[in-house]
Design a protein around this ligand. Structure first.
Ligand SMILES: [Zn+2]
Length: 362
């Protein structure tokens, strides 16, 4: 090898360690990962064991944990855990409360739900999460599915709208949910629906369609134009940045998180990297970083859990912040080129948007 090429390699390494500068943008590098302050705003922290929070902090991550009405842990217990962790580490941890819908249709449902929302907010919640059970599980007394724009919910969302309480909503599912396994675009969906056939809507043609779910959510936002709204999981429009962009244009109070849908973005990247990159730059004020990792349930081996957290976070960082190739397990190991978003875009997606929307400024 000639002497000159050693010199050039040396220069490029130095540049990537410093965070390479080119054109108008200034970019982060892989080695910036630990030192840049970040927020994972969708991580289910279902334990009072704060060691994982301390681990996150060692990588400069703060955590926002959404409680969920999924029937796995009682809503009150989730609130107790979240408010305990928040009291211990208010500067590192925030959470969304939730409410149960089992008494839907009975007298006093809306009033009782508002009482439960107030309790969450008084306990320190930065907003309220609702889940896909609305639209996919909940039925009225006539046996019909209840969608989120059902009028019985109106007083609840009117109240949240009037009191500026943020709603984070996992409504519907990825479009893959309505497809047979062999037509799904990402392996994590294939795995999830093979384990949860009850939610694999391809198997349940009598249930509302994908379009019904998206339509009900859009109708909720039309009815409550001032409602502060975060669409979890790329607002279930993970298959098309264009479709999500249309909703952002239509609903100014709407933003969306990336939780558990980065592989779907990467799938779009393989077809058209610039389209995905331009979308994230155009809507840099509307996108929030989150993973949907869940702590405190099955795996309790600290070293295994924390190395999994680190790998997940690092893989996403390489994809979003650098132009390196990332091998994506959910795409059968295909290598996807990183988007190398400018630093200020990364800062918004990873921290500033969450700080603003969830009042997390320190
Ligand atoms: Zn989640």
């Amino acid at each position: 090898m000639k002497k000159g090429s050693h010199f050039l390699i040396g220069i490029s390494v130095v540049f990537s360690l410093l965070g390479c500068r080119s054109g108008n943008g200034v970019y982060y590098s892989v080695t910036d990962f630990e030192k840049v302050p970040k927020i994972d705003m969708h991580l289910h922290y279902n334990t009072e064991d704060v060691s994982y929070l301390k681990f996150a902090d060692s990588l400069n991550f703060r955590i926002v944990s959404p409680n969920v009405d999924a029937g796995e842990m009682p809503v009150d217990r989730q609130l107790e855990i979240a408010s305990t962790v928040r009291q211990k580490f208010p500067e590192k941890f925030a959470f969304f409360g939730t409410f149960a819908v089992d008494s839907f249709g009975r007298p006093g449902f809306a009033e009782n739900t508002i009482v439960s929302i107030d309790k969450s907010i008084r306990s320190g919640a930065c907003g309220i999460k609702i889940w896909k059970n609305i639209g996919m599980v909940l039925k009225n007394s006539a046996g019909q599915y209840v969608m989120v724009d059902n009028e019985e919910f109106d007083p609840v969302f009117d109240y949240m709208e009037a009191n500026e309480i943020r709603l984070i909503a996992h409504l519907g599912e990825p479009r893959n949910c309505w497809l047979p396994e062999n037509e799904m675009t990402v392996d994590n969906d294939r795995r999830y629906y093979s384990r949860h056939p009850e939610y694999h809507m391809y198997l349940h043609p009598e249930a509302p369609s994908y379009e019904d779910q998206i339509g009900a959510r859009d109708s909720l936002l039309k009815k409550h134009p001032k409602l502060r709204f975060t669409g979890a999981h790329l607002a279930s429009l993970e298959w098309s940045v264009d479709e999500l962009g249309k909703r952002f244009d239509q609903f100014p109070e709407m933003n969306a998180d990336l939780a558990a849908r980065i592989a779907n973005l990467q799938h779009q990247s393989l077809a058209d990297r610039e389209r995905v990159r331009n979308f994230l730059i155009k809507y840099q004020d509307r996108i929030l970083y989150g993973t949907d990792m869940t702590l405190g349930t099955n795996d309790t081996v600290y070293s295994r859990v924390t190395s999994g957290m680190r790998d997940t976070w690092m893989n996403h960082w390489v994809y979003l912040a650098t132009d390196s190739l990332v091998a994506v397990k959910a795409l059968g190991g295909k290598r996807v080129k990183g988007l190398q978003l400018p630093r200020d875009v990364i800062d918004k997606i990873y921290r500033r948007n969450a700080e603003q929307f969830f009042s997390m400024n320190q």
